[in-house]
Write a protein that binds this ligand. Structure first.
Ligand code: G1P
Length: 294
């Protein structure tokens, strides 16, 4: 029997220290790219990829995320009274979007620990994990591309990208073997091993894990057997290394342009690129940029 990917987990309990002071009293997931919070890009991607249940792993100070995906009664009433139908539709479409469940991660003990928090809600079915920081602009949503790989293989699939130089140390890095032929030729690899944030000289390849995962439920048992790793945290990569001993796993080099919005420069680049693409802002914004004496 083939399984469908219905549930998408969004770990969102991190403290966002890289964006202080903006994140002192506001979740980093709510910082806007142009006019939409970062996490909404990921939620829309998950929905466009067939997921209808969103599980957000939150922590202290993250209420704004819950409020964002909830009905905003006063705001809707005001927009209705003022006949602002366009805005009303935008606001309503967010709360109408999906069924969202929240799980509190009491301490930020790592990405693996965050995923483990969703064990009861996910149950015994394959699921997706999306790291909202990685905003990926793609013709076909990246998770949807991965769902296609999953539908063929029924195995866990990790999104990957080639990373040059020392920057590789910021990622989970894979040792892989190409899968020849087939529909995903040149993009699909069988994973042989993986390591979290290796020193550049220890990296097994240039193929880095990007924040999109499709995982089988066996990952939960693996994570509960995994000890703290890099940075003293329970790393998802370490749990997946255990999973690899039990099941075949694939790496998929996605088609799309990724923005690391957890990084200040990455955030700025994403803001500029998304603004330039907007029908309502692109023209005047381009003119403005051209006029800057750079
Ligand atoms: C996490 C993962 C890492 C992955 C990266 C992708 O790291 O632990 O394996 O390569 O996301 O963005 P973080 O960026 O949270 O340090």
């Amino acid at each position: 029997m083939t399984m469908k990917i219905r549930k998408a987990i969004f770990p969102a309990a991190g403290l966002g220290t890289r964006f202080l002071p903006a994140t002192k009293a506001q979740p980093k997931e709510m910082l806007p790219l142009v006019d939409k919070p970062i996490i909404q890009y990921g939620v829309e991607e998950a929905m466009a990829s067939g997921c209808d249940q969103i599980i957000i792993i939150t922590g202290r100070g993250k209420q704004a995320i819950e409020d964002h995906f909830d009905v905003s009664y006063e705001l809707e009433k005001m927009l209705e009274e003022r006949k602002k139908t366009d805005l009303l539709q935008i606001v309503r479409s967010i709360s109408d979007m999906i069924h969202v469940a929240y799980v509190r991660q009491k301490e930020a003990l790592g990405l693996g620990h965050a995923v483990l928090m969703a064990k009861e809600l996910v149950g015994n079915e394959p699921f997706a994990v999306l790291l909202a920081d990685d905003v990926i602009d793609a013709e076909v949503p990246v998770l949807k591309q991965m769902v296609q790989v999953f539908e063929q293989t029924q195995c866990s699939v990790l999104a990957t990208q080639m990373v040059e130089g020392k920057a590789i140390s910021s990622y989970g890095v894979l040792d892989v073997k190409p899968v020849s032929g087939g529909q995903f030729a040149n993009r699909l690899f069988e994973i042989k091993n993986m390591v979290e944030k290796p020193k550049p000289e220890d990296a097994p390849s240039k193929q880095a894990i990007i924040g999109r995962y499709i995982l089988t439920p066996a990952i939960f048992e693996c994570l509960s057997e995994t000890a703290a790793g890099a940075g003293g945290e329970l790393q998802l990569t370490d749990g997946m290394r255990l999973l690899l001993q039990k099941e075949t796993m694939y790496a998929y080099v996605y088609e799309g342009r990724r923005h690391d919005t957890g990084d200040k420069l990455g955030f700025l680049k994403a803001t500029v690129e998304f603004a330039l693409k907007r029908a309502d802002l692109g023209g005047p914004f381009r003119e403005y940029l051209k006029g800057l004496k750079l």
